[in-house]
Design a protein around this ligand. Structure first.
Ligand SMILES: C[S@@+](CC[C@H](N)C(=O)[O-])C[C@H]1O[C@@H](n2cnc3c(N)ncnc32)[C@H](O)[C@@H]1O
Length: 291
């Protein structure tokens, strides 16, 4: 009897934190009848990939969202709208996201530019506006970020620009084959500030791996260009070394001690803007596919 009551007490105590986190800390718990229109909150306490949308509350359900939500979440709605990093090695990112006809949003069969790790698409959108004779395709692993980029594209009414949700280390080959099928050339590739995983222990999560370089070498047009940049010197050096190891690519700056001085694309990415604004440095390298 004594053992049973001890067991029950322990079970209760152990399950209490789970109960607290799944009920009391849930934003919906704090919602009183609200005036709120749509509030998208990233659920960081549970599955951080899930976004919960609270649609308009009507009739009796019109009052204010309680202060707790406003205070706790108002700030974070903008800043933590998107989860900062995901682990590309986790099983959920090993599943292909590329569907047949994934290039159908492009209006014309133009040469392609691929931007790997495009995030919210600022760079891709600006490039597409500047160069109507190129199809710009941004690849990004975080689904909500891709949805946001697509929304921006739609508002600008661009037909030479598209974004795909994918893990490039899983789906790149499929994408390259799809481009080849259109008979349009893959002219340029950018991999810009790609790695939140700059720590040595997370090296395996990085985007630029020998296989990715080999796949690009196979599908890029002759003399096609790959432009790389990072604000973390080690990351750029690492990407550059992986490209240099593949003898189908030629480093534009022969000397390993030298870096490109200018942005080859002429348009800064969001990350680049913020690094430069804060007085940080940017390391750049360019590669040309040998004939
Ligand atoms: C630091 S951000 C840089 C974004 C943008 N290129 C810029 O310079 O502003 C790196 C982006 O690459 C994405 N990313 C990282 N690993 C990826 C992968 N394996 N496949 C697709 N996207 C990836 C991240 O989700 C993130 O949005």
């Amino acid at each position: 009897m004594k053992t049973l009551s001890l067991f029950l007490t322990l079970t209760f105590l152990l399950s209490l934190p789970m109960f607290l986190s799944s009920y009391i800390l849930r934003p919906s718990t704090y919602l009183r009848r609200g005036n709120i229109q749509t509030l998208t909150l990233t659920m960081s306490l549970h599955d951080t990939r899930n976004e919960e949308t609270f649609e308009s509350y009507s009739g009796n359900e019109r009052e204010e969202v309680v202060d707790e939500v406003v205070k706790k979440k108002k700030k974070s709605v903008n800043t933590a709208r998107f989860r900062q990093h995901v682990n590309p090695l986790s099983s959920r990112y090993q599943i292909s996201q590329i569907h047949p006809n994934f290039l159908s949003p492009f209006a014309s069969p133009l040469p392609y530019h691929l931007d790997i790790g495009c995030a919210k698409g600022t760079f891709v959108l600006e490039m597409a506006e500047k160069n109507e004779a190129v199809n710009y395709l941004g690849l990004e692993i975080r689904k909500p970020v891709v949805e946001y980029a697509l929304d921006r594209r739609n508002r600008r009414n661009l037909s030479n620009c598209h974004f795909l949700e994918c893990n490039v280390n899983v789906d790149l080959l499929k994408i390259l084959k799809g481009i080849k099928k259109t008979s349009s050339a893959l002219r340029t590739v950018t991999i810009l500030f790609p790695d939140p995983h700059f720590k040595e222990k997370h090296k395996k999560r990085r985007v630029v791996l020998p296989q990715l370089v080999e796949e690009l070498a196979e599908y890029l047009e002759e003399e096609g260009i790959v432009y790389l940049a990072s604000d973390v010197k080690n990351v750029l050096d690492d990407m550059r070394a992986t490209f240099r190891d593949n003898n189908k690519f030629e480093d534009m700056t022969g000397n390993i001690q030298e870096y490109l001085e200018v942005n080859l694309m002429g348009v800064p990415t969001e990350r680049e803007r913020s690094v430069l604004k804060d007085g940080g440095g940017v390391w750049r390298a360019g590669f040309r596919l040998r004939k």
